[in-house]
Design a protein around this ligand. Structure first.
Ligand code: ADP
Length: 447
């Protein structure tokens, strides 16, 4: 096993990876920007290296600085976490070329799934159903109109290099497509450096259902069940749960088997997530994330599998060592993403945390790097904590969640805890009766 791992990330996810390393007796190196010198993951690491000023492109995206930090500290391997360089195939290659192990998938799989048009084509080849859409990139208005007429309106214009729910535009008819196409292309170029877009039929009432997989690249593949991430605002996940209240056992098993079969054929290595939209008994693949996900803890809570530990073992060359039949999924888990934001208008709310008290008790897990006196910097993603609850049933889970949200104190900054409190009291959420557009309506109504 590795002796020392460099964690090329920040915040709660860097801390999460540090914890897995620590339990396995692996030393950690925290790299950080000047804005994160006092971060909890930096305080707990065995060694720390400052890699640049606050802007991410000069620090957390600075490949030369990260590789230099790995070299001077004598790290064996690099874990990219999520976001930043986690899905950058060039980075994964550079890590390996410099003699370090990349804790993640093979670079060619990162590259394949990073291009959403290529990923959809690959998924179709691997036997996964996909959302009806354009055959590939459509960059001129005439080709777009032709494709949209075939797919059927409404259509969604999506960036081929997209991610993070950004830059998607709906077009309900031909005129709107004409107006939205150049807009979507400009946004895609600005966000992702590439203006290529493609079209997909826009589903009106789907659930977002994803499957967590683990592969060892040696033929071993298992899944850890699905996650329902339909609670979204601006295409970004807010609450996730497993199992999905919208699926029955047959659908669950069917999707799991499809995902495992596809990943076995691909020879996938490490943790990954296949994302689908689900509507009226049908699944449609939308994309694959070739990394750890923010919401991975709910799968850990029901399966008992430490996903980061598995990533480390697999990167070290171990085989999975267990089969699907040995994975037991038990109970129900829900995660609330707590952001440093105003809970009504969602404006970021960085600043000093003056009071901090995290909830505890049976079935309560808090993945957060916050502490009293910590200053949330304004430069990065606003996620500051994940409250993860496990219960034997969905009902028990909801009761516990309500209680834990009441206990949670984060003073000095605004957070989205009040939004989660309103959510857990909402009838539709309690009934599990919601789709990907539900939260937008709920927030819009200001209930
Ligand atoms: P990103 O990579 O930017 O996260 P995804 O393709 O994963 O983009 O889509 C993000 C979210 O956007 C989905 O979870 C879903 O809510 C919505 N979405 C994506 N494709 C469609 C579609 N064809 N119809 C309706 N909603 C969609």
């Amino acid at each position: 096993m590795f002796e020392k791992v460099l964690i090329a990330n920040r915040g709660e996810i860097a801390l999460r990876i540090h914890r897995a390393c620590r339990e396995m007796g692996i030393k950690t190196v925290a790299v950080h920007s000047t804005a994160d010198a006092d971060a909890m993951n930096v305080r707990l690491a065995d060694e720390t290296v400052c890699i640049g000023p606050p802007p991410a492109r000069e620090s957390y995206l600075n490949v030369a600085a990260i590789l230099t930090a790995a070299a001077i500290t004598g790290a064996d391997a690099i874990h990219p976490g999520l976001g930043f360089l986690a899905e950058n195939a060039d980075f994964a290659e550079a890590v390996e070329e410099h003699g370090f192990v990349f804790i993640g998938p093979a670079p060619e799989h990162i590259r394949l799934m990073g291009d959403k048009v290529a990923a959809k084509a690959a998924a179709a080849r691997l036997g996964l159903p996909t959302v009806p859409g354009s055959a590939g990139v459509v960059n001129d208005p005439v080709a777009a109109e032709r494709a949209a007429a075939e797919i059927g309106y409404p259509v969604l214009i999506k960036a081929s290099a997209g991610g993070g729910g950004r830059g998607m535009k709906i077009a309900r008819d031909r005129a709107e497509l004409g107006r939205m196409l150049p807009l979507a292309q400009r946004e895609a170029a600005a966000f992702f450096g590439r203006g290529d877009v493609y079209l997909e039929h826009f589903l009106e009432r789907p659930r977002h259902i994803e499957i967590q997989v683990l592969g060892d690249g040696q033929g071993g593949v298992v899944h850890l069940g699905e996650r329902d991430c339909s609670m979204q605002r601006s295409h970004q996940k807010v609450v996730e749960e497993t199992p999905s209240p919208g699926l029955n056992a047959e659908e669950r098993d069917r999707l799991g088997a499809l995902a495992v079969e596809a990943m076995r054929e691909l020879g996938y290595r490490s943790a990954g997530t296949l994302e689908f939209l689900y509507q009226e008994g049908k699944f449609f693949f939308i994309e694959m994330n070739t990394r750890l996900q923010v919401e991975h803890p709910i799968s850990e809570m029901v399966s008992g599998v430490d996903i980061v530990r598995e990533q480390l073992r697999i990167a070290d060359g171990a085989s999975l060592g267990y089969r699907q039949a040995e994975i037991r999924l038990s109970g129900h888990a829900i995660e609330c993403r707590i952001n440093a934001e105003n809970p009504v208008d969602f404006r970021p709310s960085p600043g000093r945390v003056t009071d901090y008290h995290a909830p505890g008790g049976l079935g309560v897990r808090v993945d957060s790097a916050l502490y009293q006196g910590y200053v949330v910097p304004p430069y990065y993603d606003s996620l500051v904590s994940k409250l993860i609850i496990h219960g034997r049933s969905r009902n028990e889970c909801l009761m516990r969640l309500r209680r834990a949200l009441e206990e949670y104190v984060i003073g000095g900054i605004e957070t989205t805890i009040p939004l989660h409190q309103r959510l857990v009291a909402a009838r539709d959420f309690i009934d599990g009766d919601y789709d990907i557009h539900w939260l937008e309506r709920f927030v819009g109504r200001g209930e």
